[in-house]
Design a protein around this ligand. Sequence first.
Ligand code: SF4
Length: 65
Amino acid sequence: MRIEVDLDLCQGHGMCELEAPEVFAAKMDHVEIRDANPDESRRAAVEAAVQYCPTQALRLIEDDE
Ligand code: SF4
């Protein structure tokens, strides 16, 4: 899987970092993706991050898409 972030939408709330700190690092007003191709073992945390992002800036893309 692969993660994409729309930085026009991201406001740096940091919900994603709370859910998956090994994948996301929230900065002042945007997020840094620490691991754009996370291991399957992180799927639940990444899906939660995508779900709870208040601006829907995150997208999880499957490898075969
Ligand atoms: S939760 Fe969404 S808006 Fe907040 S830092 Fe993460 S991607 Fe950006």
